[in-house]
Design a protein. Structure first.
Length: 266
């Protein structure tokens, strides 16, 4: 764990200008940042130049979280899927520009069509990942597919679903997993441990935050029901391309999470 980089997700300051968020993150002691390519932090040429300047000034490292609001890369609606893929491809190109080796990607979502023609969205998802893998190879970046909270109709929620994905995309060298520990806790209190035991070789990145097991709350680490003592030893063994990101919604909880992790990993 000593060599694992700890990032702060820009979700913690999503209502601030991106530059303001980054300067605050540096003030709190973070020199690794996960940029949420969304809303007020949506990447464009101006923000890209700004991020590159700050990277050089403060020796920052970046992970990019691809946009997800309103996006479903497994939708059977071709025009919507093309639009979603265009946004994700732009995010991947931004990652290359910023020398960010990892992009976090949400899985697709199920459709009513799956009830009539089973696995429709799953097969679309696999085909889209092939396209993403090809671009990732061209850009020399990697993509970590993130598990979603329980009950949201996502294709990847449980560890078992993630393992099926890994089996089916094993030929895609640039595709791996981002384990969201908070999301996994809404599936089962043991789900994060399952991921860490069964899928560790395929994990590129972690998201850490807490909740009470019922819904996705993005609380500070140690403020919910996640049994961190049972998973920290497993986390220490990982060699992650993208380290771990604290993904909370305030700077107060970011600092609280950073302090909690420091205590836990001594």
């Amino acid at each position: 764990m000593k060599v694992m980089k700890i990032y702060l997700s820009s979700l913690a300051g999503i209502l601030r200008p991106l530059r303001s968020f980054l300067l605050k993150a540096v003030e709190l002691g973070f020199n690794n940042v996960e940029i949420l390519d969304e809303w007020g932090h949506k990447l464009n040429d101006r923000r890209g130049r700004e991020l590159l300047e700050l990277k050089r000034s403060y020796s920052l490292n970046y992970v990019i979280h691809a946009p997800y609001d309103g996006i479903n890369i497994s939708t059977p609606q071709r025009s919507l899927r093309r639009a979603a893929l265009k946004l994700i491809e732009a995010s991947m190109r931004s990652a290359q520009y910023l020398d960010a080796r990892l992009i976090v990607l949400h899985s697709g979502f199920k459709s009513p069509l799956d009830f009539i023609k089973p696995k429709t969205t799953w097969n679309i998802f696999l085909n889209v990942l092939k396209k993403i893998d090809k671009l990732a190879n061209d850009l020399d970046v990697y993509v970590g597919v993130e598990n979603m909270p329980s009950g949201g109709n996502a294709l990847i929620e449980s560890c078992d679903e993630a393992l099926v994905l890994i089996e089916e995309v094993q030929a895609l060298e640039r595709i791996g997993l981002t384990l969201d520990v908070g999301h996994s806790n809404t599936v089962s209190a043991y789900e994060a441990r399952n991921y860490l035991l069964k899928a560790s070789d395929h994990l590129f990145h972690l998201h850490v935050h807490d909740n009470n097991g019922k819904r996705d709350e993005h609380l500070a680490v140690g403020s919910g029901t996640i049994n961190w003592a049972s998973i920290i030893p497993l986390m220490k063994r990982l060699k992650l391309l993208g380290g771990l990101s604290i993904e909370v919604v305030s700077f107060k909880d970011a600092k609280k999470s950073l302090d909690a992790l420091a205590r836990m990993i001594r």
